[in-house]
Design a protein around this ligand. Structure first.
Ligand SMILES: [Zn+2]
Length: 428
């Protein structure tokens, strides 16, 4: 019995030491930290702030102050809620009487036994949203077409054009001068408003409607019956999908390639298209495949049927041009080769960067006469036409990309269109 009592006493004693030790450790050795402090470094007109205290280490109150000259303003003061260890508040510098410019921000954590922990940082206050002066914007653009803007900004910004839910980035070309090419996604409604969005260094945002109208384009619907073409198509599907296939049913393989693989390939194109150089490589109109016949236009809605039943759909976002078998393919304009390789349904593909977001794409090629990184001249042979990828016959699929988005090449083959719609963005 005595032994057990002694054991209990020892255990209680040890537990007490444990609790006291744990408390002392948390109080004096474990320093609380604040996540999200850096969000206080840049203060626009209005900002939501979230600060997380971790480890909590007996912090129960949080005070945030801004000091500007002799003025001291409390941005937040309150209890640190249990469990979440997070405080949220909104800062509106002007309403609090703070001026634009620099300020010192102090975050104070009040702890157990009157202990305090303070953090200090320098903040930049800027409550002025950027002003956009539009130097050039087109009067109208076409569904599936392209456009460009040139604008002067009141301060350095991140600027983009938003069309039909897609964003097209801009490039800084001079002091406070920005240019951007943009595409009009094929499914954009003519009622859609094209906007230019500018965000300054601290996060103030200005949105300006461009006032550019969107003209409807007449896209054709084309029905393609696959029955009878299995012999040509099946090996292509196997090549594109690669490896051993569990499912070998023609219709499901076709669907997989036309939908899943197409989506992956388009994502890859967007990725490549977003890495354009801030430099103009090109001049004049883009070249079309010599002596070629148009097999298929941009914007065709393709409906694939098998034994008369609709099995898959896709948008055709380029021009299919056919000439002789293995015809010479030349660079439509000067630029730098940014991709030369296999691209799923596009087969052997070359993508040339012309700068400032503009690229051209050549698909279903036989081989490559150029390498990635190579600078090519307008008219230089880069490859030969073939049937690689999901091509049913020898032809060139030619595409124009704006920020990685496929637009109609038709406008870029037109000297007058380029002169009136695109050149103004490059002239000072
Ligand atoms: Zn095509």
């Amino acid at each position: 019995m005595r032994g057990i009592k002694k054991l209990i006493r020892t255990l209680v004693f040890l537990a007490l030491i444990g609790v006291v030790g744990f408390t002392l450790y948390n109080t004096f050795f474990l320093k609380p930290k604040v996540e999200g402090l850096e969000s206080l470094e840049k203060l626009p007109k209005k900002k939501e702030i979230s600060l997380v205290v971790s480890p909590r280490a007996y912090v129960d109150r949080v005070v945030v102050r801004a000091i500007q000259g002799s003025r001291e303003v409390v941005l937040f003061e309150g209890k640190l809620p249990s469990r979440v260890n997070e405080v949220r508040f909104t800062v509106e510098p002007k309403k609090l009487g703070l001026r634009d410019g620099e300020a010192r921000v102090e975050v104070e954590l009040r702890r157990f036994l009157l202990l305090k922990e303070s953090f200090e940082l320098k903040a930049k206050i800027d409550t002025q949203p950027p002003r956009i002066h539009l130097i050039y914007a087109p009067y109208t653009v076409l569904q599936g077409g392209s456009g460009g803007i040139r604008a002067r900004l009141s301060e350095p910004v991140e600027l983009y054009v938003e069309v039909g839910g897609e964003r097209f980035r801009s490039y800084k070309v001079g002091e406070d001068v920005y240019i951007a090419l943009f595409g009009v996604p094929v499914n954009t409604s003519p009622k859609d408003v094209i906007k230019i969005v500018a965000i300054d260094e601290v996060g103030n945002k200005t949105v300006l409607p461009l006032g550019t109208g969107i003209k409807r384009n007449n896209f054709k619907t084309v029905w393609i019956e696959l029955k009878g073409r299995e012999k040509i198509i099946t090996p292509k599907l196997h090549t594109i999908l690669g490896g051993e296939l569990e499912d070998t049913d023609f219709v499901s393989l076709f669907k997989k390639v036309n939908e899943e693989i197409r989506k992956q390939n388009e994502e890859k194109i967007r990725q490549i298209g977003s890495r354009s150089e801030p430099q103009r490589f090109w001049k004049g109109k883009f070249l079309q495949l010599r002596n070629s016949k148009v097999l298929s236009r941009y914007g065709e809605r393709r409906r694939y049927t098998y034994r008369g039943k609709l099995i898959s759909k896709s948008w055709h976002l380029g021009y299919d041009l056919a000439s002789v078998k293995n015809a010479r393919v030349v660079a439509a304009n000067s630029g730098k080769v940014v991709f030369a390789g296999d691209l799923g349904i596009y087969g052997n593909t070359i993508i040339i960067d012309h700068g400032y977001g503009l690229m051209s794409l050549y698909a279903h090629l036989a081989d490559f006469n150029v390498k990635e990184g190579e600078v090519v001249r307008k008219g230089q042979v880069i490859g030969y036409t073939d049937t690689t990828g999901l091509a049913f016959g020898d032809h060139l699929h030619f595409g124009i990309l704006v920020d990685g988005y496929e637009v109609t090449p038709l406008e870029w083959w037109d000297r007058k269109w380029i002169r009136t719609r695109i050149e103004p963005i490059f002239s000072e």
